[in-house]
Design a protein around this ligand. Structure first.
Ligand code: KG4
Ligand code: ZN
Length: 347
């Protein structure tokens, strides 16, 4: 018997719906919200309103492109947490209403587990156990996945996420939100060895990006002359802007290389400590071209089998919710209709 899962993702500023049939993604629709661009970040209230507008057409599109009737769906999966509470409420309430009306099981999905399981969408899947470096706008984690329903975070950021480090650095460079992809674009033409940024010395498998962000700020305030804080910055506002303008590509390439090195050095340490050689990437920052390239190179050197989800399954999408929903369905891990979304969630 074939199993069809309809999935809804609304944790941040993308409204997405997908259909998965027997573990294969047959449709995945995403409505992006351009309304936030002019504010330099996601405005939660506007995100919730846009989800309300987008959710019906996005679910309709996912169903019709999968040639799937609502009546033939076997379960409804939705993102329960973590995320913006107003955004999560729209998707959760929609999913619960559908489950109630259709009398079908409801599957509550953890957004970060779904990012990890995006690696099970491709035909070539990692064997369990595997390690996954999950890098997004809100999270930076090293996850040990023992099965589709058993995962453990073995390292994570103590402050900012890798995506935030990209976005905040981009903002200092005068780029619009989200700046991560723009840094990637400029870095293609730049020299990654031109400027050096120190790697934070954090014990174990954890990360920290707040000190790194501050040293980048000082670097710009001193127009590249020093990373060290001086009470009076050595450069005027005009000199700083001139420095950025003349060196943008090299700054982006150097910054990007440093962030990627911080991430991959910890991943290498995790692989050594656990002895696991199946290694995956996940999350929005895994769309970064330098991270993808260096990860593959490191994998070859270390003898890992490496996996990266297809580009469209790295950033937020409902396909990853659908695939997670499918495995949870097989484990009969269903949610009660009284389930509520939460902004933060333990694993
Ligand atoms: O997973 P995601 O789509 O949303 C969250 O759950 O946070 O990740 C979004 C993050 C943003 O910080 C964005 O700047 C970053 O992923 N990002 C990138 C690239 N594409 C997206 N960062 C660096 N290079 C990219 N190419
Ligand atoms: Zn995400």
């Amino acid at each position: 018997m074939s199993i069809s899962i309809l999935a809804i993702e609304s944790s941040c500023d993308d409204t997405s719906a997908a259909v998965c049939r027997d573990g294969i993604i047959v449709s995945n629709y995403i409505a992006n919200q351009s309304v936030h661009e002019k504010y330099g970040g996601v405005v939660p209230e506007l995100a919730s309103r846009a989800h309300m507008q987008n959710i019906v057409p996005v679910v309709d599109a996912a169903l019709s492109s999968a040639n799937c009737q609502l009546s033939s769906v076997d379960a409804i999966a939705f993102t329960q947490s973590p995320g913006l509470i107003g955004s999560l409420l729209v998707g959760a309430q929609f999913a619960k209403s559908l489950a109630l009306a259709l009398d079908k099981p409801l599957v509550a999905v953890h957004h970060m587990q779904a990012h990890v399981l995006a690696n099970l969408i491709a035909e070539e899947k990692p064997d369990f156990p595997f390690l996954c470096l999950t890098v997004s706008g809100g999270h930076t984690q090293i996850v040990l996945a023992q099965s589709p329903v058993k995962m453990k975070v073995i390292g994570e950021t103590l402050d900012d996420a890798a995506g935030e480090a990209f976005d905040k650095a981009a903002k200092l460079l005068g780029m619009p939100y989200p700046g991560g992809p723009l840094i990637d674009k400029h870095a293609q033409q730049g020299d990654p060895n031109r400027f050096k940024f120190a790697e934070p010395q954090i014990a174990g498998l954890d990360f920290s990006f707040s000190g790194f962000k501050t040293s980048f700020l000082y670097f710009l305030k001193n127009a590249g002359k020093s990373l060290v804080y001086k009470e009076a910055f050595t450069a005027t506002e005009e000199e700083q802007q001139q420095f950025i303008k003349e060196n943008l590509d090299d700054i982006c390439a150097s910054l990007q290389q440093s962030i990627v090195a911080i991430l991959l050095n910890k991943l290498k340490k995790a692989a050594k400590e656990t002895g696991i050689k199946n290694v995956c990437l996940a999350g929005g920052v895994s769309a970064n071209s330098e991270l993808r390239r260096s990860f593959k190179t490191m994998g070859e050197k270390q003898g890992w089998k490496t996996y990266i989800p297809a580009f469209q399954f790295c950033t937020d999408n409902a396909a990853m919710i659908a695939i997670t929903g499918y495995y949870k369905y097989l484990h009969k891990d269903f949610a009660d209709l009284s389930v509520v979304p939460t902004a933060r969630a333990e694993w």
